[in-house]
Design a protein around this ligand. Structure first.
Ligand code: ZN
Length: 361
């Protein structure tokens, strides 16, 4: 099967392809249906989990896609490829392989990065009994990020203001202010929410119900797109200290970038998924990487995200042509139709999954 056929055009097709590949691989499949929501063709939305290998395993590799909804087009294709290419036949004796398909099925189906509540899941794994991180830097930019109109004077003024901010403070400062996570604007970009989301709760269940209780060493590869050089996958370590960093470099090589040290294409973040995994399965040796694949230039990706949020915040759906244009922009910001890009992405994901299994043996 050509690599391009691992990838799907919509969430429903991706889900069917994942389930059927998992079935043929002999995986145990579990589905967690998102209540009270459906996809654009009234299809059910669910997190599907395929488990292969030893149920009393000492170690496990968990590969996640669709944390950021629409980014699941790439990640789902990688997971289908791992199943079609029978990665499980390379499983060491005391290791389990768990593939989690579409952590944010709503965003995947509706072509959004955020979930059904407008929440960025990778900013949502906070302890909400405490005070959330400051949103002041984002607050200063919010009205420019989502202007009153998308094709008129307000948009032009907002773009000029954002450019001026970037020139004064530098593009890294702009990226950090916009993307680090904010907890005050539910219709805004990179919103972390005010409570634990259904997806975060369900991930905790999967970590205790599907990942074997015997597991002591866990590798997580969380598949993302939208940042960095086109077609390159940057392994971004979300670790808890020097030992995690040393282990990640041993597993994946010198390409590993440390999120906490500010080395990565991503800004430093709070409320990331690694914290949720640590809470659900305390005491594990956890090696957590986000694998971030570049698509389009950063400013183009940011513009697509602004457009998508504008569409939802300002009710721009009244114009079907504009809506269709923005949805197409979103697709291109987080996925590429190029078979060469897809081959590079799948090859990299398969390589890193294979390395993780070898190290988990
Ligand atoms: Zn992402």
């Amino acid at each position: 099967m050509p690599i391009a056929e691992y990838f799907s055009r919509d969430y429903a097709a991706a889900r069917r392809r994942f389930q059927s590949a998992a079935g043929r691989a002999g995986a145990t499949l579990t589905s967690y249906v998102l209540p009270e929501h459906a996809g654009p063709s009234a299809e059910a939305l669910a997190i599907d989990v395929a488990r292969l290998g030893n149920t009393g395993a000492q170690s496990a590799l968990l590969v996640i896609c669709g944390t950021h909804g629409i980014e699941g087009f790439a990640g789902s294709g990688c997971q289908v490829g791992l199943l079609e290419d029978r990665l499980h036949e390379a499983l060491p004796a005391s290791t389990s392989l768990v593939l989690l398909h579409a952590l944010n099925p709503f965003g995947f189906a509706w072509l959004r990065r955020v979930n059904e509540e407008g929440v960025d899941l990778n900013r949502n794994f906070l302890d909400f009994s405490g005070r959330p991180p400051s949103s002041a830097a984002y607050e200063a930019l919010h009205d420019w990020l989502i202007p009153a109109d998308w094709d008129g004077e307000a948009r032009r003024a907002a773009d000029a203001a954002l450019m001026a901010f970037g020139q004064t403070h530098g593009l890294p400062a702009l990226q950090a202010a916009v993307t680090s996570g904010q907890y005050t604007r539910p219709t805004g970009l990179f919103y972390g929410g005010t409570r634990e989301t259904w997806s975060a709760r369900t991930l905790a269940r999967i970590l205790t119900e599907v990942v074997p209780g015997t597991v002591r060493r866990l590798g997580v590869i969380d598949l993302h797109t939208g940042l960095g050089p086109c077609g390159y996958g940057e392994p971004i370590l979300d670790g808890a200290g020097p030992a995690d960093r040393e282990r990640a470099v041993r597993w994946y090589g010198a390409d590993v970038k440390d999120l906490a040290a500010g080395e990565s294409v991503s800004a430093r973040l709070a409320g990331t998924m690694a914290r949720g995994v640590e809470r659900a399965r305390p005491g594990l040796e956890l090696t957590f990487i986000g694998l971030e694949f570049g698509t389009r230039p950063t400013l183009e990706v940011l513009t697509a995200l602004r457009a998508d949020h504008w569409l939802h915040a300002r009710g721009g759906g009244a114009d079907p042509a504009l809506r269709a244009r923005i949805q197409q922009q979103m697709r291109e910001a987080f996925f590429s139709e190029s078979p060469a890009w897809q081959a590079a992405v799948y090859g990299r994901a398969a390589d890193l999954a294979f390395r993780a299994l070898r190290e988990l043996a």
